[in-house]
Design a protein around this ligand. Structure first.
Ligand code: GLN
Length: 491
């Protein structure tokens, strides 16, 4: 029998339906793989007992012929999603051993459809980061290495555990979240597919909040089809999230293989950065050529406010974070460091519970929201955000169906290599992805090639609001042309 962990979700779905193997066997194969890959530090909590219980239940359902669309599919869940009775920490010391008494809407929909929980996946603390190095559980290791090198590389972030686990065959797919690039950038660093849905497409209820006007949940998977399968279960209106939009969830999988003939694809000239590595340039033009060969029409477009996206993001996101993180005060849950007064208790708890990057964001956020600076920074950033959104609207108004860009400015880098002296060096990773969050649009990252050292590189497609289907159709064209790859196993 082929190694069950190397199947795609679509293949496993078939194998389960035809009884070639059971959900229990599929789950056990993944649990064994997880155990053998602890060096990657992708999981912060393994839940084998829960997994086997769920697998047995799925086998029963499948046996009765009424398994859900994800019956028996083992998944990993980013530790930002609240899972009932299972520790959820956002990879921050401040949540300590918090065990939520409720389940996030997105994960509850996955379980409703028959998926299996293998465990909780590592991420940057409160999803703040681009390398998974700010996690209180330590960095995640990318299963990809430079040719001929043993250096540990980062898988990107903040959904580094999700990307690493999916790439290393430690789950068939994973949940992730994206506030400025946290699904698409790690997907690009690991040759996986990552989808950041339109803002409002997936419920944020029960997901630890970072920047509420930017946060969106989405899948990371090994193929475009698998990501479409997961999206269908994750998406949908939820009255518990007032920003969740009440429109029907299409059958995303049906978009796979649909012709892209006649589609207009925008190539934004502002994304051609000075000093951009030649291999990123090449990747981008390869992607354009593949889409053209499939019948799409390429047009140059302009998104003039792009250059203000990153600075504006680093005002809006910390502002919202400082407000969202005010709740971690040692009173209701998580860590409490005692003090002589309540003020001292708050201070000591927050000083001890938050890591450096989170503290930096809370300080920046508090500053830009404070009286006297609010207009100069926060309000201004909000205005810039509106202009960024308008850039995209103008472009789509001219009939553009989707926009093609590189997903990241480089391939994966070494653990400890970036951002030590200057945090902006790390922030620059999201230069191609933050605009999409600022505008609330959907984006997909698809593996599209390798750099000179054999490391994966990804392309990004940006779509119209609530038109994820077009991204799946176009993404599949790129996947077909570029081919799929998994990292050679060294762990
Ligand atoms: N890297 C960005 C940040 O640190 C985005 C993170 C994310 O999308 N959660 O804010």
């Amino acid at each position: 029998m082929t190694d069950l962990t190397s199947l795609t979700i679509a293949e496993a779905r078939e194998g389960l339906a035809s009884k070639s193997f059971t959900a229990r066997e599929l789950t056990d194969a993944h649990l064994a793989a997880i155990e053998a890959a602890r060096v990657l530090n992708a999981y912060v909590l393994e839940t084998p007992d829960r997994a086997r219980e769920m697998a047995d239940a799925a086998d029963k359902q499948i046996g009765k012929g009424d398994g859900g669309p994800l019956a028996g599919i083992p998944l990993g869940i980013k530790d930002l999603f609240a899972t009932r009775d299972i520790r959820t920490t956002a990879c921050s010391k401040i949540l300590g051993n918090f065990v939520p008494p409720y389940e996030s809407t997105v994960t509850s929909q996955l379980w409703r459809d028959g998926a299996i929980l293998l465990g909780k996946l590592n991420n940057d603390e409160f999803a703040m980061g681009s390398s998974n190095e700010t996690s209180c559980f330590g960095p995640v290791v990318n299963p990809w290495r430079r040719e001929g090198s043993n250096t540990h590389l980062v898988p990107g972030g903040s959904s580094g555990g999700s990307a690493s686990a999916v790439a290393a065959l430690l789950c068939m797919g994973a949940t992730a979240t994206d506030t400025g690039g946290s699904i698409r950038q790690p997907a690009a660093f690991t040759a996986t597919v990552g989808v950041k849905p339109t803002y409002g497409r997936c419920s944020r209820w029960g997901i630890v909040a970072f920047a509420s006007s930017l946060d969106q949940a989405g899948p990371i998977a090994r193929t475009v089809r698998d990501s479409a399968i997961l999206m269908r279960s994750m998406a949908g209106h939820d009255p518990k999230d007032t920003t969740s939009v009440n429109i029907g969830v299409p059958d995303y999988e049906a978009a796979i293989g649909k012709s892209v003939k006649g589609m207009k694809i925008g190539i934004p000239k502002e994304y051609r950065l000075d000093g951009m590595p030649a291999e990123i340039e090449k990747l981008w033009s390869d992607g354009a050529a593949w889409l053209k060969a499939a019948g799409a029409e390429l047009v140059e477009v302009s998104l003039p406010y792009t250059k203000y996206a990153l600075p504006a993001y680093y005002i809006v996101a910390p502002a919202e974070a400082s407000s969202n993180l005010a709740r971690y005060d040692g009173v209701r849950y998580g860590l409490r460091v005692p003090g002589r007064s309540i003020g001292e208790m708050y201070e000591s708890t927050r000083a001890e519970g938050f890591g450096d990057e989170v503290r930096r964001r809370v300080m920046i956020g508090t500053y830009v929201l404070s009286a006297g600076y609010y207009d100069a920074y926060y309000l201004r950033a909000q205005k810039v955000r509106t202009l960024i959104k308008k850039d995209f609207e103008d472009c789509f108004a001219k009939g553009v169906n989707a926009i093609l860009t590189p997903a990241t400015p480089s391939a994966a880098f070494g653990v400890g290599e970036k951002g030590g002296a200057d945090p902006v060096e790390m922030y620059l990773n999201d230069i191609f992805t933050v605009t999409v969050n600022m505008a609330g649009l959907p984006g997909i990252a698809v593996p599209a090639g390798k750099d000179a050292q054999g490391l994966p590189l990804g392309l990004q497609l940006i779509g119209r609001a609530f038109d994820e289907e077009t991204l799946f159709s176009l993404g599949e064209v790129i996947e077909q042309a570029a081919g799929r790859s998994t990292p050679p196993r060294w762990w």
